[in-house]
Ligand binder design. Structure first.
Ligand SMILES: *[C@@H]1O[C@H](CO)[C@@H](O)[C@H](O)[C@H]1NC(C)=O
Ligand SMILES: *[C@@H]1O[C@H](CO)[C@@H](O)[C@H](O)[C@H]1NC(C)=O
Length: 271
C-alpha cells in the first residue's frame, strides 16, 4: 500500500514536470514567433562609410560578430577577425569577401581564454597595423570551466581577456583618434550578483555549477563588461577615444539555449 502511494506521488511529480516542460517550450515558441512577426526589430539606417578605418572584432566567425564584420566590411573598413579557430574564421572571411567585395578582411589568431594569447595577438597587431580605429569586444561564452590561467571561463573570456586586450591596444587607439571601444554586454547583467570577495579566492565571479549558478556567472561577466566600459570611458575623457557597451537585442545565438535552460531550472524550482 505504502509503495503504491509512493508510486502515485512519483507519477504525479513526473506529470507536473512534463507539463512545466511543455509550458516552457510553448512560451518560448510563442515568444520567438512574436519576435519575428509583430515585434520586428528596427534596422540601422546609417549610411556612414569607413574607408581608411581599421577595425578589430573578437569572436567574429559566427553570430553577431560575423554580421557586424560583414556590415563594417560593406562600409569599406579594413576588418580584422580576431578568433580562436582559424578554419571557422577563414570560412567567415570568404563569405564576407564574396558578399561585400571588400578584400581587406583578415584573420588574426586570438584565444581570449589565454592571457598569453592575448599578449601575442596584441604584439602581432601592433607590428602589422599602423592604426586602430575601432575595437569591438564581441566574443562571449556561456560555459563553465576554467581558462588557461585558472580563471572562471566566462569571467576570463568575456571580461578579463577583453580587459587586457583593450589596455594593450589603447595607445594605438589613442594615436588613431577619434576612435572607439565597443564592448558587447547584455541586459542579463540585471540578474547579476557580483561578489568581489569571491574574485579574490576563487578567481571566478560566482561559485557553484548548477544551471542557475552558471547563468549567474554569465550575468556577472556582462556586468563586468559594463563596469569596465564606464571606468574606461571616465579615464579616457578628453582623449577622443570613446567607449560604449550595449545589449545586442534578441538574436539567434547559442547562448539562448543557456537562457532557456536557466529559465527551465527556475521553473522546476517552483515545485
Ligand atoms: C545552485 O547552487 C547554489 C550555490 O551552490 C545554491 O544556492 C542553489 O540553491 C542551487 N540551485 C539549485 C537549483 O540547485
Ligand atoms: C578631439 O576632437 C575634437 C573635435 O574634432 C578636437 O577639437 C580636439 O582637439 C580633439 N582632442 C584631442 C585630444 O585629440
Amino acid at each position: 500500500m505504502e509503495q503504491r502511494v509512493d508510486q502515485t506521488h512519483h507519477h504525479s511529480e513526473f506529470t507536473l514536470r512534463m507539463i512545466t516542460l511543455l509550458l516552457g517550450g510553448l512560451l518560448a515558441a510563442v515568444y520567438f514567433l512574436l519576435r519575428v512577426t509583430i515585434l520586428k526589430l528596427p534596422r540601422c539606417k546609417s549610411d556612414a562609410k569607413l574607408h581608411g578605418k581599421t577595425v578589430v572584432i573578437t569572436g567574429a566567425s559566427s553570430g553577431i560578430g560575423k554580421e557586424t564584420a560583414m556590415d563594417l566590411a560593406r562600409r569599406g573598413a579594413r576588418v580584422i577577425l580576431a578568433c580562436r579557430d582559424r578554419e571557422r574564421a577563414e570560412a567567415a572571411i570568404q563569405e564576407i569577401i564574396q558578399e561585400t567585395g571588400n578584400q581587406q578582411v583578415l584573420f588574426m589568431q586570438l584565444d581570449l581564454a589565454s592571457l598569453l594569447s592575448v599578449r601575442t595577438f596584441a604584439e602581432n597587431l601592433l607590428q602589422s597595423e599602423s592604426r586602430l580605429d575601432l575595437l569591438i569586444n564581441n566574443a562571449g561564452v556561456l560555459s563553465d570551466g576554467q581558462t588557461d590561467d585558472g580563471f572562471g571561463m566566462m569571467f576570463g573570456v568575456n571580461h578579463l581577456g577583453h580587459f587586457l586586450l583593450t589596455v594593450l591596444l589603447l595607445d594605438r587607439l589613442k594615436t588613431s583618434r577619434p576612435s572607439r571601444v565597443v564592448t558587447v554586454a547584455s541586459n542579463s547583467y540585471r540578474w547579476s550578483k557580483l561578489d568581489f570577495s569571491i574574485l579574490l579566492d576563487h578567481r571566478d565571479s560566482a561559485v557553484g555549477s548548477n544551471y542557475s549558478q552558471i547563468y549567474r556567472k554569465y550575468c556577472n561577466s556582462k556586468l563586468c563588461n559594463i563596469l569596465f566600459t564606464c571606468e574606461l570611458s571616465r579615464r579616457l575623457q578628453g582623449t577622443n577615444v570613446t567607449c560604449y557597451s550595449l545589449h545586442p537585442g534578441q538574436v539567434t545565438a547559442a547562448n539562448q539555449l543557456g537562457v532557456l535552460l536557466y529559465l527551465y531550472s527556475v521553473l522546476l524550482q517552483m515545485f
